[in-house]
Structures are given as C-alpha cells and as structure tokens.
Design a protein around this ligand. Structure first.
Ligand SMILES: [Zn+2]
Length: 396
C-alpha cells in the first residue's frame, strides 16, 4: 500500500456528478438564540436520516461544503479505479460513475456488509441532541456515519488511563443521581472499560503480539496513524470473535460455532502463520506452545469458552443506546437491538477517513475528544458554525 498519509491522486479528469455536489435545503432549526439552515445531501452514496425532534434534517452548510470537497476528491479516486479496470479490459473510460457505483466504492471492505450489501450501511445521523445544545450535532456541525458498525468504544492513553462514553447514573426518589461523577467514572472503568481493554489486548496479542494501541490524539495531522491503530485493533477483535461466532447479519444459524469448527479454524491460522508467537492464553501463559503440542484441546477449550464469554460481555462497551446502570452499580444492556461484536469497532474506508480528517480537518471522535475519545462514528467542525462563522455556544 502507498503511504497512507498521501492519498493517491487521480489522473483521469472526473467531473463530479450532481449527486456529489448537490445540497438540498430541508428547512431551518432553532439553536440557542439563532436559526440554522439545514441541508440533506448524498454523502458516500448515503443520505441523512430524519429526527423527530427537529422540523428539518441533515447538517449545516459549513459542514456540508466540507463533505462536498471531501467526496469530490474521493469521486476522482473511485472514477480512476473504474478507468483502470476498464482499460485493463481494453475498454474506454466511462462517462461517469453512478451514485450506486460510488456508494459501493466508498464502503468496500467495511462491515456490516460486503460490496453486495452496502444497503446495510446506515443512513447518516446529522441533527440530534435537542436537549444538549452544546453538542455539535445540535447546531448541525456534526455527523455520525455507519453508526451500527462504528460504536463509541473505550480508549486508553499511553499511561494506561481509560476513557470513553459515560452513561447516566440511576436516580433516587428525588430524581437526584445516585452516583457522583468520580464514582460513576470509576464504575465505568471497573465494569466496562478495563474488561473491554483486556479483550482488545487478548485479540491484539493473538495477531500482532502487542497490546492494542487506542490512545487519544488531538492532532488531525496524525490521521494516518490514528487510522492504522484503530483499524488494526478493529481487525484483531473482529477476527477474534469470528473464531467462535458467525456475524449476525450473515443469517447463518446457529451464530455460535461449535468447538470443533473453532479448533479447525484456529489451528489452520496457526499453521498458516497468522497467530503471533507472542500470543497469550487467558491465564497469561504463551498460547502457541500450548496449542502446538500433542494435546491442545484443554487450552483450546478454555480459549473458546473465553471468546464465548467475551462476546456476550463486549456488547456492553460498544452499546447501541445507553448501558443501564442499577442503583447497586450493576450494568446491563438496554432492550433495543445491539451491535454485533463480529463487526468490530471501526469501519470507515481509509481514503474516506484521510479526506475527512487530514484534508478537510474535521475532528474525529475516535481520538480527538481528549481522554473520553472512542466515538468512532463521529466527525465534526470542532465548533458551532453558522453561515461560515464559528459561533460561541450561549446558554439560553
Ligand atoms: Zn456524533
């Protein structure tokens, strides 16, 4: 692969079609004491969903214009790919890509689907958070993409400090939070973030021989490094869970593989050289010698059982919605549909990420929120913008 810091430049002249450049004004919303016009658009071949709390949907013009610039560059890359493919078959350059072709290109290689299943990628989320006007979403200055495959997950800085999404404390009879902020944070560390990091590390050691590197980073110039670290961790965790489970949307039943299937797959990966010599078993001892010997089954059975337990747990640190915290400090999943650990935690194509973060200088929630980063679906203007100007947030 070429240097990911420098996206390849297209050489064919690709005039971007209307679906790349057109914005559709959907109406106006109130934000603090201001009015903001919102726009829907096709971005990466997908549109914005609606939100019942707002009369209009989409994003503000400042963000929309940056997305147009990002996907104009992406379109040129996608067009060049098609030109090259056709040239290899002795055919002339196409007039243009269709929106559907561009959509497939943008989501190729990403979960939850393969190129034939891009319809499974969610509509983008733009305007939301009516009750929290300081959210960048509330002024149309943020978007979430492919939300079901890009969770708000835990992160860990170089000194081991954990962070991530903070869920609400349960309330007492007087509607006062039962846990103060430090207690609530500690609860997240102990019950969600640290156990999730143990799983990230187990999966990362299995393939890479090093713990997962999921540290926050405010500097968008490091976009290539951010992408590589999070995508590597995501691939590792995806492969780890897929040893014992089929992805939910594959519609393969039963989802859980048998021990015999697991054993065949992991021993195949071992003999193919994919399992790192530094991989560790669940008790911290070296994994490879234990499963390379004449009697691998006890070790393999324990490893399989651990993946099964980890799969059930891992839905909580990548929750869709909010983890339910009990008055006794227990944590559980809410009742809505939950993410599939087999789809891992970061599913954005590299060229798309580089255009958004490095070139258009959007802030990525995955690393650029400070210590509570991990919001891999989220990109914003790092401020509230109206008509080309940054507007300070004012409580009304
Ligand atoms: Zn967001």
């Amino acid at each position: 692969m070429a240097d990911p810091a420098a996206p390849p430049q297209a050489t064919a002249t690709a005039v971007p079609p209307a679906f790349i450049t057109d914005l559709t004004e959907t109406g106006e919303i109130d934000w603090t004491d201001r009015k903001v016009k919102l726009f829907d658009m096709s971005f990466l071949g997908k549109r914005f969903g609606t939100n019942k709390d707002f009369p209009a949907n989409g994003i503000n013009k400042d963000l929309a214009q940056r997305l147009v610039r990002a996907q104009t560059a992406l379109y040129a890359l996608a067009y060049q790919d098609k030109v090259d493919d056709l040239a290899a078959a002795g055919q002339p350059a196409p007039a243009a890509l269709t929106e559907a072709e561009f959509r497939v290109w943008c989501w190729t290689g990403q979960q939850p689907g393969d190129v034939n299943q891009v319809a499974q990628v969610d509509l983008h989320v733009g305007i939301k958070d009516k009750k929290n006007p300081n959210s960048k979403h509330a002024s149309g200055s943020a978007l979430d993409i492919n939300v079901f495959a890009n969770p708000y997950m835990p992160v860990r800085d170089g000194s081991g400090t954990l962070g991530g999404e903070i869920h609400s404390s349960p309330k007492d009879a007087a509607k006062k939070p039962i846990f103060d902020a430090p207690t609530l944070r500690k609860l997240h560390e102990d019950k969600l973030w640290r156990p999730a990091m143990v799983i990230f590390d187990r999966a990362s050691m299995l393939y890479e021989g090093v713990p997962a590197d999921l540290h926050p980073d405010l500097n968008g110039a490091n976009a290539a490094d951010m992408y590589k670290r999070f995508r590597t961790a995501s691939y590792c965790i995806e492969s780890y869970f897929r040893f014992a489970f089929n992805p939910v949307r594959s519609k393969i039943n039963p989802l859980q593989k048998t021990f015999a299937e697991f054993k065949t797959e992991i021993l195949n990966e071992l003999s193919d050289g994919f399992i790192d010599p530094k991989a560790v078993h669940i008790d911290g001892t070296p994994l490879v010698p234990a499963i390379s010997g004449p009697n691998p089954d006890p070790t393999l059975q324990a490893f399989y059982d651990q993946i099964v337990a980890d799969y059930a747990f891992f839905k909580m640190p990548i929750v869709s919605g909010s983890v339910v915290i009990g008055a006794d400090g227990s944590v559980s999943l809410p009742g809505n549909a939950q993410r599939d650990p087999c789809n891992a935690v970061f599913n954005v194509r590299q060229e798309v990420f580089m255009e958004m973060v490095k070139i258009q200088k959007l802030r990525w929630g995955g690393t650029m929120f400070g210590k509570d980063s991990g919001d891999t679906m989220h990109f914003d203007l790092n401020g509230h913008f109206i008509d080309g100007e940054q507007v300070p947030f004012k409580k009304t």
